[in-house]
Every structure is written in structure tokens, then in C-alpha cells.
Design a protein. Structure first.
Length: 215
């Protein structure tokens, strides 16, 4: 494990206990949870489908997908995040498989999925374009890749030591990410999300969006 990968793992593992305090992480408010439910239902295939939640964090989106009848596999590099995700679905009486591992190269073997979902992860990756290829490779024919991302402003101090080397430190704008995804898929659309304050629990001014792509 490189020093940068180790620093990233340690950062997110340390963030896990307070992670769900952010409105769009914990989805504790009914309006925020309902807003994400509406988006996920529009983006996901008909249930039951096999969904890979890459960089699942504490499993809030995994829980919504499992509650809708999907078979969810979550992967995250942070063991504490995975522990919370397992506990969250168990408390809700829902099934899900959660694996500690690199979300950029999910340890799912030969399994294939109907949808790969990734929220707010690509900016943290040392090689995001390799991750995009890995996620597309795990899709079944006619599968879909859903990326919820944003540009959080001009890059300042890196969030981890060595983070200044990350290609998309500070986030990535929609045209840049779409250009990276487009050669891998048959088509995509960009869905702006900044104006939907319910998703974030507050109004936001930075760029937030989803890319919904199909093989």
C-alpha cells in the first residue's frame, strides 16, 4: 500500500464516526431521505437488480436501494465505514453484502452488476480513469453507471498528505468527467443537482450533478 493510499484509508476511517452528521450522508431528515429515494428510483433498473455501491461509506444509499428490493454489494476502503453500513442495514432488517477494499478496483471477483453507483468518490482517487474502466468492466450488457459528483471549488490544501497529486483534487466538473466516461459507454446524460436543496439538506452554490451512463 502506498503512503497516499494509506493516508486516504486512515482519513476516511477516522471520519466514519461523525460521517452521518452531514445531512446528505446520514439521510436522517425525511425530506433529504425522500429526495435521494426519488433520484435512486429514477436512476436504478427495475428491482430486483444487482447493484454495486462503490465507495459506499456508511451505507445510506445502499440502504435505500435494498429497501427498494435491490441486491446490494457495498465496497469501501475504510473498515469503520463498512462496519456502520453492515449495522445500518441489519438494524433495518435488510440484506446487503459489504466488503472492505479499494472501491476503485472492487474485490468482487467475477460478479457482474446491473448498476454501479458511485457518489462523491472519484475526486479522492489517485487514478480515477482506471476506476471508471474497472466499474464499467463489472457491468452486465445494458448495465448502467451512475456517478454523483461535483466540483467543490478551487483546490486548496490537500485533504490528505500527498493529496495535491490527485488528478481531481477538489472535485471534477461535469464536462471533464463526462469526457472520461463517454468512450466507455454507449451513451450518457448529465443531470444537474445543485438546485435541489433537499438532496443536501441546505442550499448549495457549488457544482453538483449526476452522470447516468449505459453500456
Amino acid at each position: 500500500m502506498s503512503d497516499l493510499t494509506s493516508a486516504i484509508t486512515d482519513y476516511w476511517d477516522a471520519a466514519a464516526p461523525a460521517f452521518d452528521e452531514e445531512p446528505d450522508h446520514g439521510l436522517r431528515a425525511e425530506r433529504t431521505r425522500a429526495a435521494w429515494e426519488r433520484r435512486l428510483w429514477a436512476w436504478a433498473p427495475a428491482a430486483p437488480a444487482d447493484v454495486l455501491d462503490a465507495g459506499c461509506g456508511t451505507g445510506s444509499l445502499s440502504l435505500l436501494l435494498a429497501a427498494a428490493g435491490h441486491r446490494v454489494t457495498g465496497v469501501d476502503v475504510a473498515p469503520r465505514m463498512i462496519g456502520q453500513a453492515r449495522a445500518k442495514l441489519a438494524a433495518a432488517g435488510l440484506a446487503g453484502s459489504f466488503l472492505v477494499g479499494d472501491a476503485a478496483a472492487p474485490p468482487t471477483g467475477d460478479d457482474r452488476f446491473d448498476m454501479v453507483l458511485c457518489r462523491h468518490l472519484v475526486w479522492t482517487l489517485p487514478d480515477p480513469e482506471a476506476a471508471l474502466r474497472a466499474w464499467v468492466a463489472r457491468l452486465r450488457p445494458s448495465g448502467r453507471l451512475v456517478l454523483v459528483e461535483g466540483r467543490w471549488g478551487e483546490a486548496g490544501s490537500p485533504y490528505v498528505p500527498g493529496g495535491e497529486s490527485l488528478p481531481w483534487d477538489g472535485g471534477v466538473d461535469a464536462p471533464t468527467l463526462a469526457s472520461a466516461v463517454r468512450p466507455l459507454v454507449s451513451g450518457l446524460r448529465i443531470e444537474p443537482l445543485s438546485d435541489d436543496a433537499d438532496l443536501w439538506g441546505r442550499p448549495v452554490e457549488d457544482e453538483r450533478y449526476a452522470i447516468i451512463a449505459r453500456l
